[in-house]
Structures are given as C-alpha cells and as structure tokens.
Design a protein around this ligand. Structure first.
Ligand code: BGC
Ligand code: MG
Length: 546
C-alpha cells in the first residue's frame, strides 16, 4: 500500500554492532562483508532499516567511537567500497542504512589532534579541541572538576603542561563546537556519506556538543553522585540549548538530498520536554526514548513513561521511538530476569541486584517486545534481542575490553556482556559467527549453550523468540492500526496495561501476579505465550483483533 507517511515515523530499525554481527574473513571480528552476507536474514526478519555502529577508521580504544578518519572505513571492517556495496545491497533488499556519526569527539589519532599536539600550547591547531592550562601551583590541577563518563577526571595533561578535555576516554578528545571549522568539517562529512546513499545518521552523544564557554565547575550535588547524575538542566556540558543550532543546520543538509534522509539523536535529557526540543520542526527527525528502557517492569511506571513521551513528542509533531536494549546497556532479558526490576538511574551504569531467573526474564522480554512493537511510532531492535540473548555476566576478566573496566579501577565490568558475537548456527563456538576455518576465535567468548539460541535453532520453532519477532514484524506491516499514530488506554485492573489502536487492534500486557481474563475480541493475532481458558498469564502480552 503506498503511503505518504515518511518511513522514519514508523520504522523498525535493527542495530548492527559490526564487531559482533558476522565475521566474513575469519579474524574473529565482525565486518561489513559479514553484514552483506546476512541481508537475506534481515529481510526475512522484516526490519525496515539498519543502524550500524561506527565503521570508520579507528584505533578501537572505545569500540570504534574513537574515530581517526570519518571518510575511511577501518580495515578491520573492510573498505569504503564494501560500505558502498552494503548500502546498495541493503537497498536491493528494501532495507535502509543509517551509520553512526560521532561529533562530540575524535580519536587522539585523528589528524587534527595529532596536529594540535605537534603545534603546542596557544596554537590555532589546539583551538579545534578544548585545551586549557591547569589550576593550582604550576597548573598541576585539572582546569575544572568535570568527570569522564568512563570514570576518573575528564582532563588529561600533556608533557607540555596543557590539559585537554575528554568526556569519555583520554583517547577521545572533545571537539570545540565553538570553532567554525568543526561545523564545516562535519557538514562536509554528512554530505560525503549522504551522497554515498546512506539514509540518515544516528548521532552519538547528541546532547554533549555544546559546552559552557566558561567551563565552570560542576556544582557538587548531595548524595552519592559522580557529578554525572541529573539534573541536566543548566548543566555546563549536557543538553544545553545551543546544541539545537547545530542540528537545525544538519536538518537542512539532510533535506538537500532526496529520499527522506533522517537523523536519530542519542540524547539524554532530564525530561520528555527537554528531549522533545531535539525533534521540533526544523530540528532532528527522531530521538531515542531512553525513558522506556530505564523503566522498571511495572505497569504504572511504563504507562507514565509512555504517556509522557507521547504527549511531548506528539506536541512537537515528532514520532516516538521505543528501545529496550543497545550496545551500552545490560540486555533486557537479563534486566527483566530480576524479580524486582529496579528503575534505572540515568547516566549511572545499571548494576542490578538479586537472583537471576532467565526464564522469567525471557517471558517478560517476549511480552515487552509485543508491547514495544504495538506502541505508536518507531522501534529499535538490538542484534540478538530477536534471539532472546541474555547479558553474558561472567566473561572472564582477562577478556574484558570496554575501557570502563580499566577506567573504573575494575569496579565496573563495563558493556562487553551485551556485545558478545551472536550465534547463527551449529553446536559449538563460533556458532557460525565466523567461517568454520577461521584463523581466530571470536573477539569475546560465546557461552557454550548459545547453540540453543542460534538463528538456526530457532528458525521454524513457533515457540521461539525469533519467530515471535518475525511474526510481530510481519503483522506490524500488515495491520493498518500499527506504526505511526496514537493510542487509547482501556480500563484494566492494576498491573494490566490495555490499549487500543484504531482500527480494531488491542494490546494487553499483564504485569500483575494474577492471570487476567481477556477482554472480548474477534481473533488473537499474536500472543507471547500459550493462552488457556481465555486467561493471560502474568508477564505475558497479547495482540487482539477487536
Ligand atoms: C555510545 C557509546 C560510546 C560513547 C562515546 C555513546 O553514547 O553509544 O558506545 O562509548 O557514546 O562515544
Ligand atoms: Mg572479520
């Protein structure tokens, strides 16, 4: 059916973490040719687009979020020609491609930073970054008290005495967005990739580009805080109003190209209002809605998040985007595997407590998938969500690669547990991730029992997570009530979420401890588990035709 609604208002976007998706050359690291070889799988899954984590030239101090050259592909992943071929092939399969762009910082190996190091204090080369003299006698103290998101101070001192700012690892110096050359360079990078056919960009740390020019100290907040926690309002480097000027320009650039190119912002903001500011008319198209991911497994909490998000986004004319997992957070099967799922505190790493019950987590993950895919707007699937992969919480310490592990002084194991290469087939590692004659093992070890969760094992098994996703995505395409639009809540007892979407669609999620008698309906479209005697069990969800 031809539609006049732009694709990004209702798209299901599949996140490909390149290093862990599919390895074509057997070096144990996923690559672009690997993604190309799996396009038929992605098409049959029924996704509309791929968001691909950074594939640019990088020393990989932060998994590619330390970019040395935005116009080159890292040899680990392939070549620029491979990327162009992937874009073309994906389009053949009816799938759009959205790479990551990382405008807050570069790698310390980027030509600009190398020039800045060579040119010395006070040079114009240093003005593209944020260099400052230190405080205290001989400048031995950092210029202010800002902290790195990965732990430790956000400043590193050079042998020549200057300090430079890095909100992430020391290998990721922050760019100075008050410098006109930084603007023109990124505008040129956007055009470079748009003209190669990409359908949009995911903007990394979109809320971090504008810094208070005075670089004031962070006020010390009471309580156990590292200075990163909320409130972001009036924060010297998060979510400042000036960032929106940058994105208004970027929007104009996207609009220069045909075919509805679209941005999605990784923006962390205090409130749905602040988030909505990124997607006002003339601004970006969409922004991840992390409030949904941070919610506990609780009907009231979820309903509040859904209502607040929809109200604010619809208010500015933007669609919502729902997300349960990504490469930075604990996989939701494991989050939900704790009896009481704690609400997440923004900008603090999620370290859940309590016994793990993966069957419970899987039941809830199935229900959450049906909830998410029935909500108005677009949705994100992180590779492996559709296989019900859990977080690998027991990776050997020697294998941990996320800079958070070192920077936190070995107190935080970081994000490797959600980045383990995914299982495609077979009975033993690498489970089809690498070719059988691979010269290297996967860059992170896969659990031995992942044969049960491979694409091969789940394909055709109607009770599997994979077939649940496949059916849900197919129904989502066919049912005119799903995708962009609105919802209407239907009265239900405490702990049960019921909403209607017109025409004729009802979603029921039971988060209570009691079975719930299904409301009147004409047909069951899809259920997250077996229904007996018209009862929806706890931690289950169902799509009904009414
Ligand atoms: C990305 C992370 C990355 C950080 C620094 C984030 O928001 O999603 O994976 O470490 O930005 O670029
Ligand atoms: Mg490889």
């Amino acid at each position: 059916m031809p539609s006049t609604t732009p694709w990004w208002r209702s798209a299901v976007i599949y996140q490909v973490y390149v290093r862990s998706f599919a390895d074509s050359n057997g070096d144990g690291v996923g690559d672009i040719a690997g993604i190309r070889s799996r396009l038929p799988y992605l098409e049959s899954l029924g996704v509309d687009a791929l968001w691909i984590n950074p594939w640019y030239k990088s020393p990989m101090a932060d998994g590619g979020y330390d970019v040395a050259d935005f116009r080159a592909v890292d040899p680990l992943f392939g070549t620029l020609a491979d990327a162009e071929q992937l874009i073309a092939d994906a389009h053949e399969h009816g799938i759009r491609v959205i790479p990551d762009i990382v405008p807050n910082h570069t790698s310390d190996q980027h030509a600009w930073f190398q020039q800045a190091l060579a040119a010395g204090p006070g040079s114009p080369e240093r003005e593209r970054y944020i260099f400052r003299p230190g405080r205290g006698p001989d400048g031995v103290d950092p210029p202010n008290n800002w902290v790195s998101c990965f732990g430790g101070p956000a400043w590193t001192r050079l042998p020549d005495g200057d300090w430079y700012l890095h909100l992430y690892a020391p290998e990721q110096p922050d760019l100075n967005w008050q410098h006109p050359e930084v603007h023109t360079e990124f505008e040129s990078i956007l055009r470079f990739w748009f003209s190669r056919g990409v359908d949009g960009f995911r903007i990394d740390v979109a809320h971090g580009l504008a810094k208070d020019p005075e670089l004031p100290d962070l006020p010390l907040l009471p309580g156990p805080t590292d200075g990163q926690s909320r409130p972001f309002a009036q924060h010297p480097h998060w979510d400042r109003d000036e960032v929106h000027d940058i994105y208004r320009t970027w929007r104009k650039i996207a609009d220069e190209f045909d075919g509805e190119r679209a941005f999605v912002a990784e923006a962390w903001a205090d409130t749905p209002e602040r988030l909505a500011a990124y997607v006002r008319p003339g601004g970006l198209h969409t922004a991840f809605n992390f409030d949904f991911l941070m919610a506990s497994w609780d009907a009231e909490d979820l309903r509040t998040v859904i209502d607040d998000s929809l109200a604010m986004l619809i208010g500015v004319g933007a669609p919502a985007t729902w997300v349960l997992s990504n490469h930075d957070v604990m996989r939701h099967t494991s989050r939900y595997a704790r009896k009481n799922v704690a609400r997440w505190v923004p900008n603090q790493r999620y370290q859940p407590e309590g016994d793990i019950d993966l069957e419970l987590g899987t039941r809830r993950a199935r229900a959450a998938a049906l909830l998410m895919l029935a909500l108005p707007g677009g949705a994100y699937i992180y590779q492996g969500d559709e296989l019900g992969l859990p977080e690998v919480e027991d990776l050997p310490e020697a294998d941990l690669q996320d800079p958070i592990w070192e920077r936190s002084g070995h107190t935080d194991r970081g994000r490797d547990g959600c980045r383990v290469p995914i299982p495609w087939s077979g009975q033993s590692a690498p489970f089809g991730f690498s070719p059988a004659d691979a010269s290297a093992e996967p860059w992170l070890p896969q659990p031995a029992n992942w044969s049960e969760r491979s694409v091969e094992a789940q394909t055709g098994d109607e009770t599997s997570m994979l077939e649940l996703y496949r059916t849900a995505l197919q129904l989502r395409r066919e049912h005119s009530a799903l995708g962009d639009g609105t919802l209407a809540w239907v009265e239900a007892p405490a702990g049960v979420l019921t909403f209607r979407r017109d025409p004729g669609f009802l979603c029921v999620v039971n988060l209570s401890d009691e079975p719930y008698r299904l409301p009147e309906h004409t047909a069951t479209l899809l259920a997250s588990g077996p229904i007996t005697d018209g009862l929806l069990d706890p931690d289950h969800a169902i799509w009904l035709q009414v």
